[in-house]
Design a protein around this ligand. Structure first.
Ligand SMILES: [Zn+2]
Ligand SMILES: [Zn+2]
Ligand SMILES: [Zn+2]
Length: 376
């Protein structure tokens, strides 16, 4: 390799490293060269001191990233001696100009960092947002910390370019490289902006949909921010949020595999022949699966399999509701081959007699029966 090629390869390698350092891919996150891993000791524990951790992390990130242009100059000087990078009087105008810009970038980064950390972090944007709620910012910070330690918070599994989403009992939080967006649950408006479809993802091997949810707070100090949520996590985040997520544009949300199956299962069962309880039969009790709904499913061998398949007659009394029976059926299938589920069979949860989708019969008006009203 000649001198020029060395410089070229070095330039590509350095800036590739810089990109991975600024926005690490998920594969790099654990043990990779990231600000979090490099300054692990200094940053402390996110779990114990969430606000303090992110005050330090965002500030260090600004300094590290602003040092990247100067780092290129210095490392380049070592790699290629004849560029005279360490002897600026002999190097060209472009090199001198680059050096000046790189030093300015680092200087600016350090200025921002010292401004943020000045007077015990009082001027950090996160401290200012925290201060916009009732009471001093440190008091709000400690209440955020306490809630963050709870295990029942929502925590996004995937992160996009170092960004992560958390929803605690009263806060919606998004952390990104230089910022932490935070809004109080009681005064936010949420709406789905758009859906982003990916036919296939390296991590999941299936189609992925991301939903862009805008968080707007009544508090003017909180700037609106967007959450990018995997549609499979949508149910979890919705459960944790107190206010509804508006879907004005009627974005079609792709559910999880089991949600999709449960829908198809119910559709099939409703066109199956219903089962009417004999008049002397006891009233169905609550479903033994969920204890919430009244049992409204009876398994009857209805399929006319010419080969006399392996479906058997189940003699159990109704003990399950439609939802629980659907979930049970799905749980007994080959999880890696969802295309076979609809045509497959499962054992009765009680007596183990095999049944297929055609053998699941709904007991109509089961609520009336459960309430004591006789049906014909
Ligand atoms: Zn149930
Ligand atoms: Zn049975
Ligand atoms: Zn059958």
């Amino acid at each position: 390799m000649n001198e020029f090629q060395v410089e070229f390869v070095f330039a590509i390698a350095y800036w590739l490293f810089a990109v991975c350092f600024i926005a690490p891919p998920d594969a790099f996150r654990n043990g990779g060269l990231t600000v979090q891993n490099l300054f692990d000791k200094f940053l402390g524990s996110e779990q114990m001191d969430f606000v303090g951790y992110h005050l330090r992390r965002t500030t260090i990130t600004v300094v590290c990233h602003s040092a990247l242009p100067l780092g290129y100059h210095l490392v380049g000087g070592v790699v290629s001696e004849n560029l005279n990078l360490f002897n600026l009087c002999y190097s060209g105008l472009i090199v001198q100009a680059y050096f000046a810009v790189a030093v300015c970038a680092l200087f600016l980064g350090c200025c921002v960092a010292s401004f943020w950390s000045w007077n015990n972090w009082m001027y950090h944007p996160l401290a200012k947002v925290l201060g916009s709620f009732n009471g001093p910012w440190r008091a709000t910070a400690s209440s955020v910390n306490i809630e963050f330690r709870r295990i029942d918070k929502f925590c996004s599994r995937t992160s996009t370019g170092g960004s992560r989403i958390y929803v605690t009992d009263s806060w919606v939080i998004k952390t990104s490289a230089y910022r932490v967006d935070l809004a109080h649950q009681q005064n936010v408006h949420l709406r789905i902006l758009q859906a982003e479809e990916h036919p296939m993802s390296i991590e999941t091997q299936t189609a992925v949909q991301f939903l862009w949810i805008e968080v707007q707070s009544i508090n003017v100090a909180v700037k609106p921010f967007t959450l990018r949520v995997n549609s499979t996590e949508y149910g979890d985040i919705k459960d944790k949020l107190q206010s509804p997520i508006r879907n004005a544009r009627s974005v079609v949300i792709h559910q999880t595999l089991s949600d999709q199956f449960l829908k198809a299962f119910k559709e099939q069962v409703t066109i199956n022949q219903p089962y009417f309880l004999p008049s002397d039969a006891p009233e169905p009790e609550r479903c033994v699966g969920c204890m919430a709904q009244v049992s409204n499913i009876k398994l009857m061998k209805m399929c006319r399999d010419p080969t006399d398949g392996d479906c058997q007659q189940c003699f159990c009394r109704p003990m399950w509701c439609l939802d629980c029976m659907g979930k049970w059926f799905a749980s007994r299938q080959e999880q890696s081959q969802p295309e076979t589920w609809m045509g497959s069979s499962a054992p009765c949860p009680t007596c183990r007699a095999k049944f297929c989708l055609l053998d699941v019969c709904v007991i109509p008006n089961v609520h009336d029966t459960a309430n004591g009203t006789n049906q014909s």
